[in-house]
Design a protein around this ligand. Structure first.
Ligand code: G4P
Length: 528
């Protein structure tokens, strides 16, 4: 098959939601349609149960599951679909942000009763910044929830989206009868009292069709017609270009658990979702159909076996054909590398592959060469942009607890930071090392892994830092020198030796920006 055909049949996306909205359930139903799994319950929920924050076994279990479910690939109607897993737990949000750099679109799952929740807001914000096309799936319609139009308003206001419903629920909770599918112009009905089964799909000529009254009742039919009229008058018609540009988000209603509305979502998805997209490198825009292979590392996963310190680096293929045993260049190190057993991922297994194409994810065994954000090419000097670090929320000093193991500790910290578990800052003043994380859970993960994988022991010391600010300034100016002198105790370098100001409060940030207007402070490591 030609490269172009391989590209055209691929769709790589992520599902994002607040925990418990139904991401795992929806993923599983999608895999069932693809025939990638045979029964429900096969996909393990990749989430940490509440109260498990100090349970190391739970953390280990989580790590095992998260590698297994990192990429779930399946075929559906001649398309190859790659679902990239995004951890819902907020302590792993950074992992999710990075994964979002490797998707071409997302599906946002929202619980009909809970509406837009905190984690959804944050993740959608990241997608909006990147203009990632989004489909919205409102889930759990078999339960009592918010009014459909109120929810659409909430999605628009809280998430800043411009929505257009492509389906509408008929009733809800105990009165839920089914779904009117605006996209396919049919009605799907639940069977009688049993909300677990879909009885039939009702073909209708249009919304005035009398068969609707006969099936759902005159009252419900009347309401439905009014609502459809409202949709037409209030919401813009679906426009694929607007969706692809990230300016319009189609909304579907359904119930993942009952497999209701899921096929409709999937059918619409394969029709409208984007194929693998070009990606910006510092040097130029790289297009999927270019013959030469290029890709980037968006995730590194430590192997489950602590004795072998090998890791799996996840590469998103941006252009060309990736081939087994071919010479590629790790651009940052100008190092030639060859991979004898690259993995591809399916729902239930990983397999060694000979070739992979744009949109695909390959897993490469790595003994410590790769860093998150690294570019791998067939030889060209390219550096893909756009895997930023966000300012951590928590900061602690890290101390060595065993003087004989200083080297192991340094190596362990170095490699865990390459994996993106947390961020390391080194104070200019005295060289002390500070670990910054998104959630408190990471400190335990780091301590545990340093001990079990590197034989090093560490302790933490509290530190009152509010945010890490990456500094953009001309270091030769008097203004910068004055700033650096005054803030000496708070000046640090990140892992890539970029200057960072560790601010102790938001007040300090405001004051500093007023006093030193030409020293720009950023809460994200990559800025335009
Ligand atoms: P997550 O990955 O987004 O965190 O959510 P997950 O799919 O695990 O779903 C969270 C809970 O919501 C699960 O119940 C799941 O069965 C339920 N759920 C998902 N979709 C629907 C739906 O359409 N209708 C209803 N009524 N429930 C739904 P749980 O009891 O927390 O977990 P489990 O023990 O059933 O796995």
């Amino acid at each position: 098959m030609s490269l172009q055909k391989e590209i055209d049949k691929r769709k790589t996306f992520g599902i994002i939601s607040h925990p418990d909205a139904g991401k795992t359930t929806l993923t599983e139903k999608l895999l069932l349609f693809g025939g990638a799994i045979q029964e429900a319950g096969a996909v393990k929920s990749n989430k940490i149960k509440k109260g498990a924050t100090s349970d190391f076994m739970e953390i280990e279990r989580q790590r095992g599951i998260s590698v297994a479910t990192s990429v779930l690939a399946f075929e559906y109607k001649d398309h190859k679909i790659n679902i990239l897993d995004t951890p819902g737990h907020k302590d792993f949000a950074e992992d999710t942000y990075r994964t979002l750099t490797a998707v071409d679109s997302v599906i946002v799952v929202i619980d009909v009763a809970k509406g837009v929740e905190e984690q959804t807001e944050k993740l959608v914000q990241v997608c909006r910044m990147r203009n990632i096309p989004m489909l919205v799936f409102i889930n759990k319609l078999d339960r009592e929830g918010k009014d459909a139009f109120d929810l659409l308003d909430e999605v628009e206001q809280k998430l800043g989206l411009q929505v257009t419903p492509l389906s509408l629920p008929i009733g809800m909770g105990s009165d839920f009868q089914g779904i009117y599918n605006i996209w396919e112009k049919n009605i799907q009905l639940f069977s009688g009292d049993n909300k677990q089964k879909i009885s039939e799909t009702l073909k209708i000529s249009d919304i005035t069709d009398e068969i609707i009254d006969k099936t759902v009742g005159v009252k419900a039919a009347k309401e439905l017609r009014e609502e459809v009229e409202l949709v037409v008058s209030v919401y813009p018609p679906f426009d694929r270009e607007a969706y692809l540009a990230g300016n319009l988000q189609p909304v579907f209603f359904g119930s993942a658990l009952n497999n209701f509305g899921v096929r409709e979502l999937l059918d619409a998805f394969i029709e409208i979702a984007p194929k693998p997209q070009p990606k910006k490198a510092e040097e130029r825009l790289v297009k999927p159909e270019e013959e030469q292979f290029a890709g980037f590392v968006f995730k590194i996963h430590a192997n489950m076996d602590p004795k072998h310190r090998d890791r799996l680096a996840f590469i998103k293929i941006v252009s060309g054909t990736f081939k087994r045993n071919e010479n590629y260049t790790l651009v940052r190190e100008k190092k030639k590398m060859k991979f004898s057993s690259p993995n591809t991922f399916f729902a239930d297994r990983k397999e060694v592959i000979d070739e992979s194409f744009p949109g695909d994810i390959v897993g490469l065994h790595d003994t410590g060469n790769f860093r998150i954000g690294d570019t791998l090419t067939a030889g060209e000097d390219l550096n893909f942009k756009g895997i930023p670090s966000f300012s951590p929320e928590h900061f602690r000093y890290i101390n060595n607890n065993d003087p004989l193991k200083a080297k192991q500790l340094a190596k362990g910290i170095d490699q865990l930071m390459d994996e993106g578990v947390a961020q390391l800052f080194t104070l200019d003043m005295n060289g002390r090392k500070i670990i910054g994380t998104v959630g408190a859970l990471q400190y335990e993960v780091i301590q545990y892994r340093l001990e079990h994988e590197y034989g090093a022991k560490c302790t933490y010391e509290p530190l009152s830092i509010h945010k890490a600010c990456w500094i953009e300034a001309d270091e030769s100016t008097e203004e910068y020198k004055e700033f650096a002198r005054l803030k000496q105790r708070f000046m640090a370098r990140d892992k890539y030796n970029r200057p960072v100001f560790l601010a102790d409060s938001s007040f300090t940030i405001t004051m500093t920006q007023e006093k030193f207007p030409n020293v720009k402070l950023h809460f994200i490591s990559e800025y335009e």
